[in-house]
Write a protein that binds this ligand. Structure first.
Ligand SMILES: *Cc1c(COP(=O)(O)O)cnc(C)c1O
Length: 396
């Protein structure tokens, strides 16, 4: 049995992406900056991929800059907005407490440079309200950055409404859409988005490639010194095979977006219903306003790490939250942000689906989670204290 339920960490590459990439790892290996025909063939693939990606986002090709992934796109978007802001004496940035570390750590860096950062509360349901953004905007606000969908608990934010508020106030709006791209419909113009980050390996494309959309007129700051690739905004020879693979993967994902969402939502809701039968468990994040493929629970009286290892023994690849924090003993900042206390946040489980998962896999997983949680509780001294009444249950 091999059941992959960690699609928020990364996805399996699609056949379409692999096939699209093959010629660019074999016969079409020119450098797109070269003037000869081999280079020009690569350059054509680069231009065509940019067009295809732009089309899926509702923007122009010139508004797309290729990066090494979601992290770099987030860094570049935020640093660029900060540089634009400080020229006008605006050094205040609004974000949320449960962003990806690519955003939070970049904000920390700017804070050390003298920027002021406001992190909005995301409430117990994991959703920020547009009014919060409106209330936090000041004269000196240069950027609002709010993720489209959270990578741990899957909650979807009111992006269009937040974008509208930013537009009315003349503030740049960036969204980390790494979990949303290819899974939820995106139209940057319609949704009032000025900058958006995406990453191919989260929608069945290759790893190490991403893109930053920046509206015409938003001047990007290059993070890497070197050649004039990407109109001087991102030095380094373009990763043509990966860029071609990303375009193919995004196109395919967007073509099937409604069907995949319908299928995954049904599996997700079955998984949520099944796991909810476990006593003293709680679903993290809004039950409905979440990604079609995201399930995230906390169980009282157990350790997430042991849960993952025992599930792995049963052939199930799961996660306790973010791949970036696993291996560290700190509980997830996302779960803390929605108000889970340390002990509870430690007992978390994230299961993230793809359209390839089956009903049988879901039923097997529900039973496996039930068994493993029961076993871990049977050997847990904390659980013994809870059952005997020595300690009080936090999750009722
Ligand atoms: C995965 C992820 C990133 C980082 O993307 P990489 O391509 O792995 O650098 C950023 N933000 C979110 C929300 C993510 O899920």
């Amino acid at each position: 049995m091999h059941i992959y339920l960690d699609n928020a960490a990364t996805t399996k590459m699609s056949k379409a992406a692999i096939e699209a990439m093959l010629p660019y790892m074999d016969t079409v290996y020119g450098n797109p900056s070269s003037l000869h025909s081999a280079g020009q063939r690569a350059n054509e693939a680069l231009a065509e991929s940019r067009e295809r990606i732009a089309k899926q986002l509702g923007c122009d090709a010139q508004e797309i800059t290729f990066t090494s992934g979601g992290s770099e796109a987030d860094n570049q978007a935020i640093i660029s907005a900060a540089r634009i802001g400080e020229k006008k004496g605006k050094k205040h940035i609004i974000s949320t407490a449960f962003e990806h570390h690519a955003v939070l750590h970049t904000l920390n860096k700017l804070e050390k440079e003298g920027f002021e950062i406001t992190l909005l509360d995301v409430h117990e349901n994991g959703i920020v309200l547009p009014e919060q953004v409106a209330n936090a905007i000041r004269e000196d606000t240069c950027l609002v950055t709010v993720m489209y969908a959270n990578n741990e608990i899957g909650t979807i934010q009111p992006i269009k409404e937040i974008g509208q508020i930013c537009r009315e106030n003349g503030v740049l709006f960036h969204t980390d859409a790494v979990q949303a791209a290819g899974h939820l419909r995106i139209d940057v113009k319609e949704q009032n988005i000025d900058m958006l980050s995406l990453s191919a390996h989260k929608f069945h494309g290759p790893k190490g490639i991403g893109a930053l959309y920046a509206k015409k007129g938003v001047r990007l700051t290059g993070l890497i010194e070197g050649g004039a690739q990407e109109r001087g905004k991102r030095a380094g020879t373009e990763n043509i095979p990966a860029i071609v693979g990303m375009a193919a993967a995004l196109e395919e994902a967007c073509a099937h977006i409604d069907n995949s969402a319908r299928k995954m939502t049904a599996l997700r809701d079955r998984l949520i219903a099944g796991i909810s039968e476990i006593p003293h468990s709680v679903l993290n994040g809004d039950a409905k306003k979440r990604l079609p493929g995201n399930v995230n629970f906390c169980f009282e009286g157990i350790e997430g790490e042991s849960l993952l290892l025992l599930l792995d023994d049963k052939g199930i690849c799961a996660s306790s939250g973010s791949a970036c924090t696993s291996g560290s003993l700190d509980p997830s900042h996302v779960l803390l942000a929605i108000g889970r206390i340390h002990d509870i946040a430690h007992g978390s489980l994230r299961l993230t689906l793809s359209e390839e998962n089956t009903q049988e896999e879901i039923e097997y997983t529900i039973n496996a989670v039930k068994e493993v949680v029961a076993y871990l509780r049977s050997i847990s001294p904390v659980w013994r204290d809870l059952v005997s009444g020595k300690k009080e249950f936090i999750i009722k």
